[in-house]
Design a protein around this ligand. Structure first.
Ligand code: NIG
Ligand code: FE
Length: 419
C-alpha cells in the first residue's frame, strides 16, 4: 500500500526552496520562500508536490481518498530541523561538574584536572555498545520531539582505537534503529587522553596512523573533526590530522577558536574544512578567510550560554558573507540539550540573527554543513518528506515566544513520528 501524506492549508509554508547549490549567504538567508495557504503532497517518503492548497487540489483532488490528510489551518509548516553538530552517543552524565562550574571552576580547569571530556571518556569506555545505544536512543527521541529529523554525531569519547570504533558502530546502529538520519563524524582528536599526558605527539601519531585508516576501512565516518584549542591540539597538529583524514576521504571540520583565539577560523579556511564550529573568539581575519573560502560557520549559542560566555559574532559573520548554520552541540559537558528551537531563539537573542536567518541556519544551511542538502533541509520536489508542523502561525512567532517547544507534529520520510 502506498504511504501518502497531504498537508493542506498551512497559514505559512516556509519551504526554504533553493535555486542554485551551496549554503545561503547574507540576503538569501532571509528568503524563506513562503507559500501562504500552503500544501505538500508526500508519496512513499518523498515530496511529490508543493504549492498553494488550490494548486494541489487541482492536481490531487481525485486521489484525496488515498491520502492521510492534515489540515494545517493556522499553523506554520517548515522543513524538519537539521542539527549539524552533536556528540550524542556518549556514556553517563556530568551534573556534578555543572555544579562545580557554578561554584567558580572553569570548563578547562575541570578538563585539565581529569574531568570534562575525560570523565565522559571513562564512562563511554566502560559502557557496552547496547548501553550506549539505549542511552542515545532516548536523546534521539528528544531531538525528534523538538522537530529535528537529521543530525550529525561525533565520536571522541573513546580516545583509543577500540572505543572510537565502538562509538561509531553505535551511531551506525542508531541510524538503523531510529527514524532520525544520523551522519557520523570521527573525532579521535577531541582530547589527548590522560594516559598520553606528556606524550601528546604519540597520540597524534596514533590518530593519524591507526585510527583514521581503521575508521575509513570500515566506512564508519564521513567527516573528521579536531578540537583545535590552547592546551588540546595546536593548529599545526590539527592541520596534520585533518590532512591525514582527507587522504582517506574524510572531510574536515574543526572546533575552532572556542575558548581562546588560536587562528582556528583561518585554519578551517586554508585546510578546506566544510565548516568551523564555535568561533566565539574568531578573529576578523579568520572571518574574512572563511567568507573567501565559503567555509560554513557552525555556531553554537547554547554552548556559549551554558559556559556563560559571549556568543559568537553571528551577525558580523553573516554581514561579512560567511554562510551560517546553528546547532545544539548536544554533549554532556558544555551543552546538554537537544532543543534546536531553543538554539534558534538564542541565535536571535544572543547573536542578532533575524528570525528568518535563524530558521535558514537550522534547516538548509545546517544540511549543507553535513552534505545533506540534496535530500533534506528544504521542502522541494524529490526531497525526503521531513516536515514539522508548529503551534505557531508564522515564523517570527517561532523565534519570538522563546524557550517553548512549539512542535505539534513531525513527519520523517513521510511517516508521522510525532503528534
Ligand atoms: O563542542 N569543545 C569541545 N567539545 C565539546 C564539549 C565536550 C564535553 O565537554 O564533553 C564541545 O563543546
Ligand atoms: Fe562540539
Amino acid at each position: 500500500m502506498k504511504n501518502i501524506v497531504w498537508i493542506k492549508h498551512a497559514s505559512q509554508l516556509a519551504t526554504l526552496s533553493q535555486s542554485g547549490k551551496g549554503p545561503r549567504i547574507k540576503k538569501a538567508m532571509n528568503e524563506l520562500s513562503i507559500i501562504e495557504d500552503g500544501s505538500i503532497w508526500i508519496e512513499n517518503g518523498l515530496i511529490k508536490a508543493v504549492g498553494t492548497t488550490e494548486e494541489l487540489e487541482e492536481l490531487f483532488e481525485s486521489r484525496a481518498h488515498e491520502a492521510e490528510i492534515t489540515d494545517a489551518t493556522g499553523h506554520l509548516v517548515t522543513p524538519g530541523l537539521v542539527d549539524p553538530h552533536t556528540h550524542v552517543a556518549y556514556g553517563g552524565s556530568r551534573e556534578k561538574e555543572f555544579e562545580m562550574r557554578l561554584e567558580g571552576a572553569t570548563y578547562m580547569e575541570i578538563m585539565n584536572a581529569g574531568g570534562g571530556i575525560h570523565s565522559t571518556t571513562k564512562m563511554t569506555r566502560e559502557a557496552t555498545e547496547d548501553e550506549l545505544v539505549a542511552q542515545s536512543l532516548r536523546r534521539l527521541d528528544s531531538f525528534l520531539n523538538h522537530g529535528v529529523t537529521t543530525i550529525e554525531g561525533k565520536s571522541g569519547y573513546g580516545l583509543n582505537l577500540e572505543t572510537e570504533l565502538k562509538q561509531l558502530r553505535v551511531m551506525k546502529r542508531l541510524q538503523n534503529e531510529h527514524p532520525i538520519d544520523l551522519v557520523p563524524t570521527f573525532m579521535g582528536a577531541h582530547a589527548v587522553p590522560v594516559e598520553y599526558k606528556g606524550r601528546e605527539e604519540e597520540y597524534v601519531t596514533l590518530v593519524i596512523d591507526e585510527m583514521i585508516p581503521a575508521v575509513a576501512k570500515e566506512q564508519l565516518a564521513i567527516f573528521n573533526d579536531v578540537f583545535c584549542e590552547v592546551g588540546v591540539f595546536t593548529p599545526e597538529q590539527s592541520r596534520r590530522i585533518l590532512e591525514a583524514g582527507k587522504r582517506y576521504g574524510l572531510i574536515p571540520k574543526i572546533h575552532a577558536d572556542e575558548i581562546e583565539p588560536y587562528e582556528g577560523a583561518e585554519l578551517a579556511a586554508s585546510v578546506g574544512a566544510i565548516s568551523a564550529e564555535h568561533l566565539l573568539q574568531a578573529s576578523d581575519e579568520g572571518i574574512q578567510a572563511m567568507a573567501a573560502a565559503g567555509t560554513i560557520a557552525c555556531l553554537l549559542p547554547a554552548t556559549a550560554l551554558y559556559l556563560r560566555e559571549e556568543a559568537a559574532e553571528g551577525r558580523k559573520m553573516i554581514d561579512a558573507g560567511v554562510p551560517v548554520a546553528i546547532s545544539t552541540d548536544c554533549n554532556p559537558g558544555s551543552s546538554p540539550t537537544t532543543s534546536m528551537p531553543l538554539v534558534m531563539n538564542l541565535a536571535c537573542i544572543s547573536m542578532r540573527l533575524t528570525p528568518a536567518e535563524a530558521l535558514t541556519a537550522a534547516t538548509y544551511n545546517a544540511a549543507c554543513a553535513i552534505k545533506m542538502e540534496e535530500i533534506t533541509g528544504s521542502i522541494e520536489i524529490g526531497k525526503q518528506g521531513d516536515v514539522v508542523l508548529w503551534n505557531c502561525s508564522n515564523y517570527q512567532e517561532l523565534q519570538y515566544l522563546f524557550g517553548v517547544n512549539h512542535v505539534n507534529s513531525v513527519w520523517k520520510n513521510g511517516i508521522k513520528v510525532v503528534g
